[in-house]
Ligand binder design. Structure first.
Ligand SMILES: Cc1ncc(COP(=O)(O)O)c(C=O)c1O
Length: 384
């Protein structure tokens, strides 16, 4: 197997940096490497595998669909796509009626930028500091971190940034050219930073009063991750555009731009060859059904709260803060997390980082109480 690692090293543009193991398969909340070692997967494909790895319901849905038809271009109706579009409207908000299906998070943001520009006839956006919205040029322009952007200038014009939870600073950035505001309500890559209720409500009201489009990015937080089907449901607001992807397809690439009735995009102004293809649509339908029927949103809320409480109970001077919502949790250290991530891997726990000093946990929503105990035990051990 080391041969295959060498082959990958030789032929891949590695933009992530490797952690040593070669993962061959998964089962529920666990993955297995080429030596047969088992890991509790708190990365979950970076927040994708919410329904667990190799989920039988999702696999069957994909397999059945593959045997019928895997591609239907956008100029034809399709039974799977129709059902998925209806389902997305049902599980979001009454005002979110029309959806464009995509293949990834960055594409959802990219489309949302275009839709908001077209609808308002304006060009600019205000975004939050520490945001990450994707790697393509529009979504990258809405992303805060300089390190991701500096080598690729010029990006798309018209994006400015204000500190999260500072309403006045956000409003200062609004001009006569502003089309909308783009927000993650719980920032993922930025360190699991939770927006305050008062701030979000004021931003919502401001957007309504001034005809700005409020774009909520739930690419990472969507489909139960934070203990609600969508994190905006904690805030008593409705987005004008809701962007989703990641967990939506149970591992199959699929995303969506779910829009309020006022959003307009006419014929021939947007498109996607693969967006909402029958395989992706069947996977997404099966994934949402599985989340609903197995109460995974509640599981995320209840076990997330337990995990958070237990992690907060760890007495260790290296910990600066533990924060999170549902099964989206950050452990901020007073030092770099990289060595601890490797130690956790050696202990059979895969974790993510979110910046240099933050450990991020995004376990599949199918985790059990025992899994939670294991995570706490191992984190306590490696920090000691
Ligand atoms: C909040 C958020 N938005 C957008 C993206 C981009 O999604 P993708 O990697 O599917 O393009 C990410 C990816 O991590 C994300 O966390």
């Amino acid at each position: 197997m080391s041969n295959l690692k060498e082959i990958q090293e030789q032929y891949e543009f590695d933009v992530y940096g490797k952690r040593g193991i070669l993962i061959e398969r998964g089962e529920g909340a666990y993955v297995f490497d080429s030596n047969g070692n088992k890991y509790l997967d708190c990365a979950a494909g970076i927040g994708v595998a919410s329904v667990g790895h190799a989920n039988k319901e999702i696999t069957d849905a994909i397999y059945n669909q593959l045997q019928r038809i895997s591609v239907v271009p956008g100029m034809f109706y399709n039974n799977m796509k129709a059902q998925l579009l209806q389902k997305l409207s049902e599980i979001t908000s009454p005002n979110l009626k029309r959806t464009f299906l995509t293949n990834s998070g960055t594409e959802s943001i990219e489309g949302a930028i275009k839709f908001a520009r077209y609808t308002t006839g304006k060009t600019d956006f205000v975004c939050a500091m520490k945001s990450l919205h994707g790697r393509t040029m529009g979504a990258l322009s809405a992303t805060f971190k300089k390190q991701y952007k500096d080598d690729f200038l010029p990006l798309v014009d018209g994006f400015s940034f204000a500190p999260m939870n500072n309403y006045e600073k956000f409003i200062e950035k609004v001009t006569s050219k502003t089309a909308g505001i783009i927000l993650e309500l719980i920032q993922g890559e930025g360190g699991v930073n939770i927006a305050e209720k008062e701030f979000v409500k004021k931003i919502r009201d401001y957007c309504t009063q001034n005809n700005l489009i409020l774009i909520i990015d739930e690419v990472q937080t969507g489909f139960g991750r934070t203990g609600k089907m969508f994190s905006y449901k904690y805030y008593n607001i409705h987005p004008d555009i809701l962007c989703v992807a990641k967990a939506m397809g149970g591992g199959i690439p699929v995303g969506a731009i779910i829009c309020d009735n006022k959003i307009k995009i006419p014929l021939a102004k947007h498109g996607s060859t693969f967006g909402g293809n029958p395989i992706a649509s069947s996977a997404a339908l099966a994934t949402i059904k599985f989340i609903e029927e197995n109460n995974l949103v509640d599981n995320s809320k209840i076990l997330g709260a337990k995990l958070l409480e237990k992690l907060k109970g760890i007495e260790n001077s290296k910990i600066r803060e533990v924060r999170g919502l549902g099964l989206m949790i950050a452990i901020e250290l007073k030092e770099k997390v990289k060595p601890y991530m490797q130690k956790l891997l050696d202990e059979g726990i895969i974790v993510l980082s979110a910046g240099i000093t933050v450990l991020r946990l995004l376990p599949p929503l199918v985790v059990t109480e025992e899994d939670i105990e294991l995570i706490v035990e191992k984190i306590e051990k490696v920090l000691r």
